[in-house]
Write a protein that binds this ligand. Structure first.
Ligand SMILES: [Zn+2]
Ligand SMILES: [Zn+2]
Length: 286
């Protein structure tokens, strides 16, 4: 399982590749635009060439693009839905130009009705029919915060079925824990994998977002935390990562960055978990 981080593209896209190299990452996830704004920053062909060359030299893969936070593919408001669909297509197209392997998408916000799932499925089908795969679009499970869809794997399976285009799954461990899967216990891990198997199917699971959680199980809250220092803990994360059913291509960490050493710590813990090395004691909080 290849390991990497979600890294910042502030300054230039290539900066994320350099950061990944310094850390010794094998995989990389980025946003390709400001995730909290609708304004589109044009990316020049030279910047794309520079990025793809640097990424190839660094041997980074898979390259994952995460869609920004503003698009809501489930919105019943026609204007917001149209804006969201346009943004999805533009980011998917830019991800393809950057030779990304995956585009991670949250299903959206809305009521748990068939109409909501149909809107998401239609938006994804239109974008995928026009562009790719590759990149393959991966639906990410959510914590179910507010009116978020996708906190149950049957939601994601329904969207995939309705879309009739190839789609995959990205499993976020902190979101799953918030949604009620007690990953701190072997029973919770087994229930999670059984739900994935019954829903989108285990072969759809291409990527893990490997995060601990600062919120309790079933809190329906989304708060990522450093590996082994949150409520899931090292034993829970090890149960999950060592499960024979779990064969994702890569694990991307979206852990908080408060100090310079945070990424080194999380990468070291992730490596020891994946390699089955003895558990590290959590560092003392400063
Ligand atoms: Zn996400
Ligand atoms: Zn995530």
């Amino acid at each position: 399982m290849r390991l990497g981080f979600h890294l910042s593209i502030a300054g230039s896209l290539r900066r994320a590749v350099y950061q990944a190299q310094v850390l010794g990452c094998q995989a990389l996830q980025i946003f390709v635009q400001n995730p909290r704004g609708w304004k589109w920053r044009p990316v020049a062909p030279a910047e794309i060439r520079e990025f793809t060359r640097a990424r190839r030299q660094a041997g980074l893969g898979p390259l994952v693009v995460h869609l920004g936070y503003l698009p809501n593919l489930a919105s019943p408001d026609p204007a917001l839905l149209a804006l969201s669909c346009e943004r999805l297509s533009r980011e998917l197209s830019l991800a393809r130009d950057l030779a990304a392997d995956y585009l991670v998408v949250h299903p959206g916000h809305g009521d748990l009705s068939e109409a909501s799932f149909q809107r998401v499925a239609r938006a994804l089908a239109q974008a995928v029919a026009a562009i790719g795969p590759p990149p393959l679009v991966l639906l990410e499970n959510t914590a179910g915060q507010g009116r978020e869809l996708g906190w149950r794997f049957e939601h994601l399976a329904r969207i995939i079925t309705l879309s009739t285009v190839p789609l995959g799954l990205c499993l976020d461990t902190a979101h799953a824990y918030g949604a009620g899967f007690d990953l701190a216990s072997p029973g919770g891990v087994a229930r999670l994998l059984a739900d994935i198997a019954r829903g989108p199917g285990l072969p759809a699971l291409k990527l893990i977002h490997l995060n601990d959680s600062r919120q309790p199980c079933n809190s329906r809250r989304d708060r990522h935390w450093h590996l082994g220092q949150g409520a899931i803990g090292l034993t829970g994360l090890r149960h999950l990562l060592s499960h024979p059913w779990l064969r994702p291509e890569a694990a991307i960490m979206e852990t908080p960055k408060r100090h310079q050493g945070d990424e080194w710590y999380n990468l070291l813990v992730a490596r020891s978990l994946v390699a089955g090395l003895p558990l590290l004691p959590p560092p003392v909080e400063a």
